[in-house]
Write a protein that binds this ligand. Structure first.
Ligand code: HEM
Length: 443
């Protein structure tokens, strides 16, 4: 099959760097469901056609591996679930899966309720003083507490700002810029490599503290699983390095993603008063003033979350390397090229989504998805590499959005337009999201 059309030569590099999401949205508009570009030395295909996405993630997933870009990630995260393939990945995934299973979710609820209640009590003070709060900062703080208490059994939030600066710097380093520095071997004492080593040291210390705490107290279901994990074939226990890499991977994969999803969901509600009112009514009808639980069904609130994950998927772009020549959407895609999957571009595809730029939770009310192709919506990926934490993230989102809505009306402080700008890995808002709070108990 012939290759797909796309931007010729190196014409993609600059517009991509300036505005990655905007560039890829236009690429889809101009060239359709499989489009070809060049990123430095690599030929890359943006795959947005739902059938083709399904082919990559599900039907022929073994032909689409982590590859070159993830080598950069390995510098910081090591060999964890995000960066490995094959038997190594499968063994690790099996080992940690039980902590993330549906029936294990109830265990996170008390942590989420407690941490959120504490935040909301603080918000009461801000509301009384007429002081706005920044959703981005608040959600990062909140999800750091819930994630580390629920999984690590140890609250790392005292080191939140250090962690944040190290993670930011690591993301900046790991994201390929096409510089020569990235092609030099890791043992050379370049400025970049020294920075990577320094960041690793900080992250290692945090992981050591988590493990030491577990050794003392036995707390942390995820740590317990890893400390007791054995390789199926040999019966050998996981090495220190394996445990470190996986703990770090789960921290890096689970913290900012959940915070970003919360920020965008709350921003969407703040910008659409009718959605907020509908959630308030539903939450009052279902909960009648009590706190939410894991089994409470809140279809409208869930639809607000789903719709905001459609418009603002925190992991908005990720790559795979093609192993052997394949056909995607009718086009030939050679081995040794790469594909990019973009939940953001796919989920704003006008051929699938009516009026895709409009926020409309009704798309996700029960029964509304009839006829929509399966991989037209995949904020958590799909197939065997489906997000490990997707059920946990959705449960947490629902609990937190419900608790906030129960107690506060919130509206965006007029000012900067909140966009997602030049987001690298997660779809970060370009500005803070200051919201004004109105306590509903006194309204
Ligand atoms: C994988 C999104 C929360 C842990 C993924 C992938 C996506 C994703 C799109 C697939 C990437 C790929 O196929 O290359 C999200 C979003 C989240 C979220 C949008 C929040 C709203 C979490 C949480 C955790 C987590 C809370 C853990 C506590 C992971 C791990 C993987 C993963 C370990 C790799 C799974 C594998 O390859 O086996 N996530 N995630 N994520 N996620 Fe999440």
């Amino acid at each position: 099959a012939p290759g797909p059309a796309g931007v010729p030569g190196l014409g993609s590099l600059l517009p991509y760097r300036r505005d990655p999401a905007g560039f890829l949205l236009r690429l889809h508009r101009d060239y359709g469901g499989v489009a070809r570009i060049r990123m430095g030395p690599m030929v890359v295909h943006l795959v947005t056609d739902p059938e083709a996405v399904r082919h990559v993630l599900v039907d022929n997933h073994a032909n689409y591996v982590r590859g070159r870009l993830y080598d950069q990630f390995k510098l910081v995260m090591g060999r964890g679930l995000l960066t490995t393939d094959g038997d190594y990945w499968r063994g690790h995934r099996r080992a940690v899966q039980p902590v993330f299973a549906r029936k294990a979710l109830a265990a996170i609820v008390p942590n989420v309720i407690e941490a959120t209640s504490q935040m909301l009590d603080r918000w009461e003070t801000s509301a009384r003083a007429g002081k706005p709060v920044d959703l981005v900062t608040e959600m990062l703080e909140l999800t750091l507490v819930t994630l580390s208490r629920s999984l690590f059994g140890y609250d790392v939030s005292s080191q939140a700002s250090l962690l944040k600066s190290v993670v930011d710097s690591s993301i900046e380093i790991m994201f390929p810029h096409g510089y020569v520095a990235e092609m030099l071997p890791g043992w050379l004492p370049t400025a970049r490599n020294r920075r990577i080593a320094a960041n690793r040291k900080v992250l290692d210390r945090v992981i050591d503290a988590i493990r030491a705490n577990h050794a003392r107290t036995g707390d942390g279901p995820l740590v317990a699983l890893m400390e007791g994990a054995r390789h199926q074939d040999t019966g050998v226990a996981w090495s220190d390095e394996e445990i470190r890499d996986e703990l770090l991977t789960i921290y890096l994969a689970g913290h900012e993603t959940t915070a970003t999803a919360l920020s965008w969901a709350l921003l969407s509600a703040a910008n659409h008063r009718w959605a907020q009112e509908e959630m308030e009514a539903e939450i009052e009808a279902v909960l009648a003033g009590r706190l939410p639980g894991i089994d409470d069904e809140l279809p409208y609130t869930s639809a607000v979350i789903d719709e905001s994950l459609r418009m603002y998927p925190p992991i908005w772009l990720y790559p795979r390397d093609v192993v052997a020549d394949d056909v995607l959407g009718g086009y030939g895609v050679p081995g040794d090229t790469s594909v990019l999957l973009s939940p953001l571009v796919s989920q704003r595809n006008p051929e699938v989504w009516e009026n895709p730029e409009a926020f409309d939770p009704r798309r996700f009310l029960p029964g509304a998805d009839r006829g929509r192709p399966r991989m037209s919506y995949f904020p958590f990926g799909g197939g065997p590499r489906l997000c490990l934490g997707n059920l946990m993230a959705l449960a947490e989102l629902r609990l937190i959005v419900a608790m906030i809505t129960q107690r506060f009306r919130f509206s965006l402080v007029p000012g900067d337009f909140v966009g997602y700008g030049d987001s690298l890995i997660s779809l970060r808002p370009t500005t803070d999201m200051w919201v004004r709070l109105q306590s509903r108990s006194r309204a």
